[in-house]
Design a protein around this ligand. Sequence first.
Ligand code: ATP
Ligand code: DNN
Length: 235
Amino acid sequence: MGQAYFITGTGTDIGKTIVTSALYLSLQALGKSVTIFKPFQTGINEENHTYPDISWFEQELGVKESGFYTLEPETSPHLAIKLTGSLIDEKKVVERVHELEEMYDIVLVEGAGGLAVPLIERTEGFYMTADFIRDCGMPVLFVSTSGLGAIHDVVTTHSYAQVHDINVKTILYNHYRAENRIHQDNIETIEKLTGLNGLACIPTLADVRKDLRICILDLLGDQEYTQQLKEVFEA
Ligand SMILES: Nc1ncnc2c1ncn2[C@@H]1O[C@H](COP(=O)(O)OP(=O)(O)OP(=O)(O)O)[C@@H](O)[C@H]1O
Ligand SMILES: C[C@H](N)[C@H](N)CCCCCC(=O)O
């Protein structure tokens, strides 16, 4: 029986898909069977009529059936559901997570936007991302950008996680520049303020398709990264 982990961002467009891909390739390199699941994907690519994250996972990484509910409007899932009049059953999504846990050692579940995003709106209230995390029993990994503004975004997301009893395992930093004084200090300051120890720093890649695998090889050459990766994923 495997375990699902939820990947959230400190906002939308932070780079969860890229970081989730980096984790997927790293865990595969460690010999784990791993898959990616994107249960609520909003925003269709109008030009080629595909859903960007799902197409990326399936075409670039070879992941099978990574999607579940796909909604055309480029909005929060709860609004996309209202705008399209879609019928959504969160129990089916939770069941699918458990099915995948039966099939793989590790299931990386990518959220939509950040941690406080509403998934479904009903007359009795919202079904929130935090409810979904609780229903699946998933530990969480944060993805943040590295520059100015990251401290506030991580600290507030972390406080929200604490209020909702969410187990946050670690944080990964995207668009990291090692020579940048703010980036260096943000990591230290965030660790002091939240206790979150950064698992990895991903630079901005000139060509994501080509450079991601090179970046993973660099990361895997760092013993501290592989050791921490094993600890986070109990692998
Ligand atoms: N490290 C990086 N180097 C180069 N491009 C990146 C990097 N990280 C993210 N991007 C680009 O930024 C855009 C947003 O990234 P991504 O789709 O991963 O964000 P997200 O957090 O998954 O968004 P959403 O909130 O829609 O789920 C994409 O075009 C992606 O290719
Ligand atoms: C459309 C976008 N790229 C994501 N898929 C969904 C982001 C939802 C954000 C909701 C919010 O925080 O206001």
